[in-house]
Design a protein. Structure first.
Lengths: 110, 939
């Protein structure tokens, strides 16, 4: 995969995974993003993003044991891969470089 | 207590179709989990709404995602390549959508018409595919087979007493692995909750070899499946339950494995829970080991079983078939008395028993599909005519585009895409209609308690969606490409020349006339019949019941055998059967007496519930037989179709049905061999010659029956309030009653025997009464089961609802065809006349009499329409003859037989003529209004 930066939503999903403990799968990820951003997110968008992140090798996933309260359906649990962590760090560094020195102006225009 | 979440099924199914394979399972699980949470927090209604929103959002987003991935993968062709010049672009789609919006009337009529046709087409396809080629939704389901033993001496008969053969096959068959067998039945389930042992209900149980779980290749969710050891007679009684049953009867108890329940009288230990959706072999949620000892039965005897297995690796169907046939021949040679006519064959599992299709019936199914296809062709041709008229008005636009350098292929592509937008919208609408219809069908089937085999997926299958897509493409081709081919080509240049003269014209020819004639013919031939059938259905569904249906109750009473019957065809077995029959009779009699002692309550045992009787033909003594009556078919009815039923004495008291002639049944009539029958007045009215009392009738032979059935004497005529109707098209048939002893009404099964009970309570059926009935049944014998309790009112209501919905569906389809036909005829005729506008103007300018001009136009239009009407009537008559009155309805019995359809035909013909003439007159008047100078200047 050619070098690509991370989109904003991709970053949110990756960060939400890192925040969570235990079995990390779609439902808690959506909850975590909604809880932290206090906005509702499209569930479908989260699953599509997870799929793309996995295609790019930034996260990996495995199926958990099926549980009865889910109609016997398994969970797809995810974990951030080292390459994902690296891209997150790079994204943050890039944004911080761009932000540097802007605080006075942003404060001023408010 | 965790309840299984139940989100809207249709939404869940749509979602399952829309999601890619790799995410389907866990997204489904995640949504179920969140759905349960939503429901607990906000209630079921909001949760369902939430689920629908999610289903829509997921479907749309994953569709876009798929398109994005596909677009990334596809390499763009180089500039100037053929693909680039012809390939449809987003602009074409945009133009197509714009055309839809620009002609809302034409678009909505076209889309609606094609949608109905596509819906019907897809449903028929799905039905035919499910019947002909059912696929088992199991791993390598096409390799799961049944070994079925046909009888060579009775066509279509299957011998299921193959226990010994099964034992031999198990050791000798190398081409079929994991051979197993099963028996179906139902039992009283008693779930022990805290010691009071409440009966949970009557449940369907599959007694199945452990091999069934290996064949299905589905691991249990909890515990273990059945294993071969469980089949030993001395092994403890164990039970495997399904997911649905686990939730329903055990509230999803995670510690259910190890719990004990009772099936009938026997305690069983639950050893495993199967995952959601596992219903093998039919529609089951309870499995117990099949324990049969062949040594207890003589060769060729034993309880009926069905045998299944999985083709061994690398073995073809034909190889397995050959081996099974070889073993069959060997058995036939060794045991000629029992096996001479047995022909074991390997069939796909879903074709086993009565679930498959007789090869002779295959063509019926295909004809059915062809009919649905023809409907689509008719509708597509209509839409094509409409679009053609529109395309014709765009000759100038096409000419300009051609002049600006667009290739012919490019212009056709554009018109094709425009048509495709229409037909794709129609396909989407049609599939939604089909999905709704299927959902409704499933509800009806579930309500009726019909166990649909698990491989019948009553949903939109990928095959159906693909089929609808194909239909849409075909529609698009007919609707878009045919007119486009006509409109482009050399004529486009002509169009450009005419553009200078501010006019437009497309040539018309004999094709046009033929189209109009065909259109009118099909409309006249098909519509009246369909209106008629819809109205008959509707009338039947609206008819009030003439008897107090709320006072009647129907139920099935069955008695379990306490222990398995002695395993031999011996005197002991016969004695056991006598003991069981006596016990059954005494319990049933006791119940009947208990019921009779209740105030205002009457009861009887019957062979079939009203509406559930088989249809039979009765021959009448002295009337010419069917063979000689062929020439005069229609006027002399020599047989009468009727619904036979038997009952214990007392049935007519139950219905308050007075005997209008002859006598009622007496105890002597219940003796075997008695020839007394009582017919209802509806039957008597259909007897040739009118009088019925004292005459003899006999049931016509059915299928392979040999020899005539015995003559029966009509000893009485009863005025049955449930069946007196003089409507010749009534679906309800007259009744023929016989008296029978209780024993003759008993239906013997392997594990139980059952009988049908009719009860009337003058005070109306109340829940309290139903409960008391349950108590009475339980008091008569602990092994006596009461099930399928319904009032006649309920049965009639659901039947009426079914008919009404069906009638509405027929009416809807008919209406859309009529609408389209009218629009098509209008478009074609007004178009042909509009073509002559200039000619009309010039003739008027040259001083022709306007009335003569109009009359010449009307004459020509009338000739076309009239020819259509004549062809249509001929077609209808031919179809009616070919189908034996299916098209035009049954003639009434006693009048000369004016059929309902005969009245409708002139009406439809008149409407079609009127529409056509109106269509012709409009442009004719406009032509006459053209100023002569203007008409001449155009030239």
């Amino acid at each position: 995969v050619a070098h690509q930066g991370l989109g904003e939503f991709e970053q949110m999903v990756l960060l939400a995974i890192l925040h969570l403990r235990g079995e990390v799968y779609g439902v808690p990820i959506v909850d975590e993003i909604e809880r932290r951003t206090e906005r509702s997110v499209s569930r479908a968008a989260v699953y599509i993003t997870l799929r793309r992140l996995e295609e790019k090798g930034l996260v990996s996933s495995w199926m958990s044991e099926p549980t009865p309260e889910r109609g016997g359906k398994p969970r797809r649990c995810v974990r951030v891969e080292p390459r994902g962590l690296q891209l997150l760090r790079e994204s943050r560094a890039t944004m911080e470089l761009m932000w540097r020195g802007l605080d006075p102006r942003l404060e001023g225009t408010r | 207590v965790t309840r299984a979440p139940e989100p809207p099924r249709l939404a869940r199914r749509l979602l399952a179709r829309a999601l890619p394979d790799d995410v389907r399972e866990h997204v489904d699980g995640d949504l179920l989990e969140t759905y349960a949470r939503q429901r607990d927090r906000h209630g079921a209604t909001r949760a369902r709404l939430w689920y629908w929103t999610q289903a829509a959002s997921f479907s749309a987003r994953f569709l876009v995602e798929r398109l994005r991935v596909a677009a990334l993968r596809a390499r763009r062709p180089g500039p100037g390549s053929l693909r680039d010049r012809v390939a449809p672009s987003a602009l074409d789609v945009k133009l197509g959508v714009r055309m839809v919006a620009k002609y809302p009337g034409l678009s909505s009529v076209s889309v609606l018409g094609m949608a109905v046709a596509i819906a019907i087409g897809a449903l028929v396809y799905g039905f035919v595919a499910a019947r002909l080629d059912p696929t088992l939704p199991l791993e390598e389901g096409d390799r799961i087979v049944a070994v079925q033993t046909d009888r060579a001496d009775v066509a279509g008969d299957v011998d299921q007493r193959v226990l010994h053969d099964f034992v031999l096959w198990r050791t000798a068959l190398t081409t079929v692995r994991d051979l197993g067998a099963f028996q179906l039945g139902d039992r009283n389930l008693v779930v022990d909750d805290g010691g009071n042992g409440a009966v949970a209900g009557v449940v369907a149980v599959a007694e199945m070899s452990a091999a069934g779980f290996r064949v299905a290749r589905v691991p249990p969710l909890l515990g273990r499946p059945l294993v071969d050891d469980d089949e030993r007679a001395s092994a403890p009684s164990v039970l495997v339950i399904g997911h649905r049953e686990w939730q329903r009867y055990f509230a999803g108890d995670p510690n259910v494995v190890g719990r004990t329940v009772r099936l009938g009288g026997t305690p069983h230990t639950v050893v495993g829970v199967m995952p959601d959706g596992f219903l093998f072999p039919r529609n089951h949620g309870f499995w117990v080991p099949l324990r049969l000892d062949a040594s207890q039965y003589p060769i060729g005897a034993g309880p009926p079983i069905r045998v299944f297995g999985r083709l061994a690796d690398g073995v073809t169907f034909e190889q397995a078939q050959a081996q099974v046939a070889t073993i069959g021949r060997r058995l036939a040679a060794t045991y000629p008395e029992t096996h001479e006519y047995r022909r074991p064959t390997v069939v796909p599992f879903a074709h086993d028993g009565n679930d498959g299709v007789d090869p002779d019936d295959v063509w019926v199914l295909y004809t059915f599909q062809l009919g649905a296809g023809l409907l689509l062709v008719v509708i597509a041709a209509n839409v094509a005519a409409l679009v053609y008229a529109r395309t014709a008005s765009r000759t100038a636009e096409i000419a300009v585009r051609t002049a600006l350098g667009a290739s012919r292929a490019r212009v056709i592509t554009q018109l094709f895409v425009e048509a495709l937008v229409l037909s794709a919208a129609a396909a989407a609408l049609g599939l939604s209609l089909a999905a709704l219809a299927l959902d409704w069908m499933e509800q009806v089937l579930t309500q009726k308690g019909v166990g649909v085999p698990f491989w019948f997926d009553l949903g939109l299958s990928p095959g159906m969606i693909a089929y609808a897509g194909g239909l849409a493409l075909a529609c698009g081709t007919v609707v878009g490409v045919v007119p486009a081919l006509q409109a482009t080509g050399r004529r486009a240049y002509g169009g450009l020349q005419q553009l200078a003269a501010r006019g437009s014209s497309m040539q018309l020819g004999p094709t046009w006339t033929a189209l109009i004639v065909a259109q009118v013919a099909i409309t006249v031939a098909v519509l009246p019949a369909s209106v008629h059938h819809a109205s008959v259905l509707l009338r039947t569904s609206m008819r009030d019941s003439d008897y107090p249906a709320g006072e009647f109750l129907r139920a099935v009473i069955s008695l379990d055998r306490e222990e398995a019957p002695p395993r031999a065809d011996s005197a002991e077995a016969a004695a056991d059967q006598r003991r069981f029959a006596a016990r059954f009779a005494s319990r049933a009699d006791a119940l009947l007496q208990r019921l009779g002692s209740e105030p205002g309550v009457t009861a009887a045992f019957v062979s079939a519930f009203p509406g559930g009787e088989p249809y039979r033909r009765y021959e009448i003594e002295g009337a010419p037989d069917r063979g000689s009556a062929v020439a005069s078919a229609g006027d002399a009815q020599t047989t009468v179709r009727a619904a036979p039923s038997s009952a214990t004495v007392g049935l007519f008291e139950l219905y308050d049905a007075p005997i209008v002639a002859g006598r009622a049944f007496v105890a002597a009539d219940t003796v075997e061999g008695s020839s007394a029958v009582i017919v209802d007045t509806a039957f008597a009215a259909r007897m040739p010659g009118g009088h019925a009392l004292g005459r003899r009738i006999r049931r016509a032979r059915v299928g392979d029956e040999v020899g005539p059935t015995p003559w029966l004497e009509i000893v009485g005529i009863v005025a049955d309030p449930r069946s007196t109707t003089d409507d010749p098209d009534d679906i309800a048939l007259p009744n023929v009653y016989r008296a029978a002893p209780l024993g003759a009404l008993r239906r013997d099964g392997v594990q139980e025997a059952s009988i049908l009970l009719r009860v009337r309570t003058r005070s109306g059926v109340t829940p309290a009464f139903t409960r008391r009935l349950g108590d009475m049944v339980a008091a008569a014998d602990a092994g006596l089961k009461l099930r399928d309790v319904r009032t006649d009112a309920e049965v009639l209501r659901s039947g009426a609802r079914l008919l009404r919905t069906f009638a509405l569906a027929v009416a809807f389809a008919t209406l859309s065809v009529l609408l389209l036909s009218a629009a098509g005829i209008y478009a074609m005729l007004s178009f042909t006349v509009a073509q002559r506008r200039r000619e009309i103007g010039i003739r008027a300018a040259l001083g022709a009499n306007p009335r003569r001009i109009v009359s010449s136009i009307v004459t020509r239009a009338s000739a076309q329409l009239g020819a259509g009407v004549v062809v249509g009537l001929t077609l209808a008559l031919a179809l009616d003859l070919a189908t034996g009155g299916m098209v035009m309805g049954r003639p009434s019995a006693d009048t000369v037989g004016l059929r309902g359809v005969v009245v409708l035909m002139p009406v439809v013909a008149a409407i079609v003529m009127a529409v056509g003439l109106l269509a012709a007159l409009g442009p004719a008047r406009r032509g006459l209004a053209v100023q002569p100078t203007e008409a001449l200047r155009d030239e």
